[in-house]
Design a protein around this ligand. Structure first.
Ligand code: HEC
Length: 160
């Protein structure tokens, strides 16, 4: 078979592109996806039963999992320094600690876990931490976690 000339191949390609474009349709001819419902009410439980099986859908309350620190003085500093390894809930769910205990925790993040936090940002971060609503709810009598663990937890999933 004779190879078609480049001109014929180009014409064929253009024709094919035209057919594809027509079958896709103009952008305006497509229907917009239904907007995501913004109701905060959980849907009432529903269930289906058939042949002795019952499937029920319920809603569950998941534990706090805030990725970033809520707005407040120095929130930008703590968000810039403290959200790369773990979410904000790690600090938001701690018991009420004193400023010294928080400072020791931040020092542990820097020295033991190698968090790249500049010395000059430490005071602003500690100020944010002690002002968190979860901290003010109770007197600072909580027990900080091991302030000197020597090494970061392993990533191997081992038991040691
Ligand atoms: C380099 C990674 C890294 C960065 C950045 C980091 N952390 Fe951590 N953080 C860790 C690790 C690792 C743990 C321990 C997790 C575990 O024990 O499972 C931890 C645990 C914690 C805990 C739990 C209590 C404790 O004492 O272990 C708090 C609170 C915390 N971090 C706060 C912070 C704050 C505040 C910052 C910003 C100054 C920060 N982290 C930045 C790695 C980091």
């Amino acid at each position: 078979m004779k190879t078609p000339s480049p001109g014929i191949m180009a014409a064929g390609l253009i024709g094919l592109t035209g057919i594809i474009l027509v079958s896709i349709g103009a952008p305006s001819s497509r229907k917009a996806p239904a907007p995501i419902s913004e109701t905060s009410e959980p849907a009432p439980p529903t269930s289906v039963s058939a042949r002795g099986f019952s499937l029920a859908s319920t809603s569950v309350d998941l534990p706090v999992d805030e990725a970033t620190y809520p707005d407040g003085p120095h929130a930008n500093v703590i968000n810039a320094n403290c959200t790369s390894c773990h979410s904000a809930s790690m600090a938001l769910t701690q018991p009420s600690l004193s400023a010294d205990q928080w400072k020791a925790t931040v020092t542990k993040m820097r020295k033991v876990y190698k968090a790249p936090v500049a010395e000059k940002d430490v005071d602003a971060i500690v100020a944010y931490l002690i002002a968190m609503p979860s901290q003010k709810a109770a007197p600072a009598t909580g027990k900080a976690q091991d302030p000197d663990p020597k090494a970061a937890p392993g990533v191997s999933g081992g038991t040691g």
